[in-house]
Design a protein around this ligand. Structure first.
Ligand SMILES: Nc1nc2c(c(=O)[nH]1)N[C@H]1C(S)=C(S)[C@@H](COP(=O)(O)OP(=O)(O)OC[C@H]3O[C@@H](n4cnc5c(=O)[nH]c(N)nc54)[C@H](O)[C@@H]3O)O[C@H]1N2
Ligand SMILES: Nc1nc2c(c(=O)[nH]1)N[C@H]1C(S)=C(S)[C@@H](COP(=O)(O)OP(=O)(O)OC[C@H]3O[C@@H](n4cnc5c(=O)[nH]c(N)nc54)[C@H](O)[C@@H]3O)O[C@H]1N2
Ligand SMILES: [Mo]
Length: 745
């Protein structure tokens, strides 16, 4: 453990980037690839979903972490055939995710037979036939589950959902179920669209930006550039987080670092160190302060919203005492934040997983909506809601139909376009899929990307669920734990990554993605395929569909997978907002999807934005219990772990740590670096994670933090957010026990 970093970015970020990229890719190939990243006509960074500037782009539109995500995919390391001959599945299963990912790219389809100890090669044809055989022998289509992770392009995602719905089910869980589902649910109900309402240009106009429950220095580093620019325009920044995250405190832009060599830009004007899940209280405090100052926008409230009176009356019954205790933030600090909020005429609220992964996640976000409606801050330039998405195309996948609860209108258009009757009954989300497999109700699990086992809650329960399947099959670029805790039989289907050249019968293809701000843009790979056997994701879906349906299909799969323009034409006819898709996406920078709320129109049943009333969450921590959040380190992309370091938080050579307040450590009779076992408590059940080192940290009393995915064993599968069913992986109740050292004798 070393000192916590005082600033994010700077020269250490440059050194780290060069080291990692050159070790994975070689320096020349690495540099050539990075210079294409996020350039018009180049590769859309497979890292986060933060947008690129619409007009001028710098030569270096990428960050340290984006560069690492690219190098991780574009590595020159390969998993060869002897690797799988050498390593048994059991031995591989015991290796950490970091080791598995570091072995290089997957190069050929592999099969794990029933009761076999090792994976063996299989041809693509045989692999598709095997899956088709299992699918066609199910009693009914809902016994199959089709997961998607958010790197999948619009084209692959659209084709995939078409295949799944022709097969006859809406069982399309995705990573979004664990991510921004709560934002989608909260915003659709209140402002009539489940997406954010700002564009990048709004950041230049904003007078105040609130960043709550998000760590952009690590997870959306390019966002810091926008925040820095905003600051220089005189915008005020407020950071609301249990942790004083590095990038939000001070930021040295890596591209300016060489020039500046100073201490960087002072970022947040105000830091509110909220307790974990104290945000409903905190946001209610801000709303209360707005009303007390009589700073609400009466015209906006009267003309454009409903439910204000109920909201105001309910708020009167919430006392400042309760607010201060639950938020863990003093009243004068809340007043300072309210002062910034009330004196700004253009305010943006940004948030991510710190708000979406709690029982009351939907309430968290709807309290932001309440606050913003009070001052009419939605639907005008320089103001609005900004849920900052995670995976680079998680928003696009949902737009083109990856959703277990599709609207009737979408299914109608899909059915008309392809001349079939799509299933109407809603399907299973991620948590329900795990439960269905565990209960033996689902038998085939197929994943287009991702690492289902490590990303989902309750690792041991999920492993048992996967083991009860007849077949588990994964389309992947890298080896991960989901390949190693399998059904009776398992398949690894290796695919092209986004950085690679994709040639189909009609010639070289590009794919498209949608970023956090609803911009649809193209992405073309520049590197040779990692191995000759790799297929593109659309090709894999098409061949699987052909094997499964034979003549029972209304779709010309070969034609679509042979020319992605045709897939885009079909998307244009099925999904509103994609008019002239092929032409517009070829223009530099792509195009914006329509967003009524951004334009000030609320597509709710009443045509108005809706105030909502939520109770203060109940916290029932017993003595010796803590509320634990599972968060990302600076050196991982979700379950892909790059190193054991977390530079900004001063952690090196380990991820098995639990961050605790010094005073709590003292009171519990623990000491720094001591190894402890963490026990989570839910409905009388206990789950244990062993041997975590205690780290004293600047975190509120009663709170704890651990890393995802190591701590996922502690997240109970049944502990979910209301309405969105997102695992409450930032609200885990734990207690701490000294680790019993194994008996030496
Ligand atoms: N380098 C890198 N980039 C990524 C990813 C990655 O793993 N690595 N993942 C991508 C994905 S899929 C996503 S969804 C995003 C995730 O981006 P983030 O949401 O920033 O990711 P987390 O590490 O989960 O961080 C949550 C933040 O919320 C805070 N927090 C936790 N609980 C609370 C709370 O109760 N209240 C408040 N106010 N704050 C809280 C934590 O202290 C932390 O700063 O990043 C994307 N980008
Ligand atoms: N406790 C806890 N759990 C969490 C979270 C948390 O904060 N705390 N965060 C949640 C969130 S926000 C998310 S988004 C999920 C993430 O869940 P997932 O999206 O399922 O997980 P990833 O780790 O992003 O997936 C990594 C794998 O994707 C594959 N891959 C990478 N690129 C490609 C590609 O181009 N094509 C294909 N086919 N495969 C590819 C590689 O094989 C790699 O091993 O995890 C969730 N789980
Ligand atoms: Mo995410």
């Amino acid at each position: 453990m070393s000192e916590r970093a005082k600033a994010a970015g700077g020269i250490p970020a440059i050194i780290e980037t060069v080291k990692f990229v050159s070790s994975e890719m070689g320096l020349g190939r690495g540099a050539r690839t990075l210079l294409k990243l996020n350039q018009t006509g180049g590769v859309d960074c497979p890292g986060c979903a933060w947008p690129e500037p619409d007009r001028e782009r710098s030569r270096f539109e990428f960050c340290e972490n984006g560069a690492k995500h690219v190098a991780y995919e574009a590595t020159s390391k390969r998993i060869s055939l002897d690797f799988f001959q050498h390593w048994s599945v059991a031995d591989l299963a015991a290796k950490p995710d970091q080791w598995l990912g570091a072995q290089g790219r997957l190069t050929q389809p592999m099969l794990l037979r029933r009761d076999a100890t090792h994976y063996e090669p299989i041809s693509w044809d045989n692999a598709f036939e095997l899956i088709a055989g299992e699918l066609n022998s199910l009693n009914y289509p809902d016994q199959a589950i089709f997961y998607t992770s958010g790197r999948t392009s619009n084209e692959a995602a659209f084709l995939y959902q078409l295949f799944v719905r022709q097969f006859g089910t809406n069982n399309l869980p995705d990573c979004s179920n664990m991510c921004h589902e709560s934002s989608g649910a909260a915003l659709s109900e209140t402002i009539g669209i489940g997406k954010g309402t700002v564009t990048l240009e709004d950041f230049d106009l904003a007078e105040a930006i609130f960043v709550i429950g998000q760590n952009p220095g690590t997870n959306h580093p390019r966002m810091l550039t926008s925040l820095q620019r905003a600051k220089r325009n005189g915008c005020k920044l407020v950071h609301i987080n249990p942790l004083p995250e590095a990038g939000m405190t001070r930021f040295k832009h890596p591209q300016e670092a060489l020039r500046l060599l100073g201490s960087g830009t002072e970022m947040a004007d105000l830091f509110l160190q909220v307790r974990i899940n104290g945000d409903v209280a905190l946001l209610k405090g801000l709303s209360k302060a707005v009303l007390e100052r009589d700073a609400q926008d009466r015209t906006f409230i009267n003309d454009r919203t409903i439910g204000f009176k109920e909201f105001r009356d309910a708020l009167q019954h919430v006392s400042w005492e309760e607010i201060v205790v639950q938020a863990g933030v003093a009243k004068d600090k809340l007043r300072k934040a309210a002062e910034i909020f009330c004196t700004s005429n253009r305010t943006i609220f940004c948030w991510a997983m710190g708000l979406t992964q709690h029982h009351n996640a939907v309430a968290n976000i709807q309290e932001i909506v309440n606050l913003m409606l009070l001052r009419g801050q939605i639907g005008k330039p320089g103001a609005g809601m900004c849920p900052v998405r995670g995976h680079s195309n998680v928003q696009g996948d949902r737009t083109v139909g990856i959703w277990e609860r599709p609207t009737a209108a979408f299914l109608d258009r899909l059915g008309t376009e392809f001349n079939f009757e799509p299933p109407r009954e809603h399907g299973l989300d991620t948590v329900k899929s795990i439960q269905a497999m565990h209960a033996g109700q689902a038998k085939v699990f197929f994943a287009l990307g991702g690492n289902f086992l490590s990303a989902t809650p309750d690792t041991e329960f999920t492993a048992a669920a996967l083991r009860r399947c007849r077949l588990t099959a994964h389309v992947s670029t890298k080896l991960n734990h989901s390949h190693l805790f399998t059904g009776d039989r398992a398949l690894i289907l290796p695919c092209l990554g986004r950085t690679e050249i994709d040639v189909q019968t009609s010639g070289p293809q590009f794919v498209t993605t949608e970023n956090s701000m609803g911009v649809v843009q193209s992405s073309s790979g520049t590197l040779e395929a990692a191995a000759p056997e790799l297929l593109s994701e659309p090709q894999i879906v098409a061949r699987l569909a052909k094997a499964t349906f034979e003549h029972r299909t209304t779709v010309d799969w070969d034609q679509l997978a042979g020319n992605y323009d045709l897939i885009r034409d079909a998307i244009e006819r099925v999904v509103p907002g994609f008019e002239n898709y092929n032409a517009r996406v070829r223009e530099p920078g792509g195009f914006y999807l329509p967003n009524a709320a951004r334009d000030g129109v609320f597509m709710t049943p009443s045509g108005k934005a809706v105030f909502t009333v939520h109770p203060l969450p109940k916290h029932k921590l017993e003595l010796g219990q803590y509320l634990m959040m599972t968060i990302r380190s600076h050196d991982q992309f979700n379950t892909s772990v790059y190193s054991q370091n977390d530079r900004y938080r001063g952690i090196s050579n380990t991820r098995q740590v639990v961050f605790l307040n010094r005073k709590d450590i003292e009171l519990a009779g623990l000491h720094a670096r001591q190894l402890v076992d963490l026990v989570s408590h839910f409905n009388g059940e206990e789950r244990v994670a062993r041997r975590f080192a205690v780290v004293p940290y600047d975190i509120p009393r009663g709170c704890a933090a651990t890393y995802f995915p190591e701590a996922n064993v502690l997240v109970p599968v049944g502990s979910v957010a209301e309405k969105s069913n997102t695992p409450a992986s930032k609200s885990v109740v734990i207690s701490i026990r000294a680790t019993e050292e194994p008996n030496q004798s």
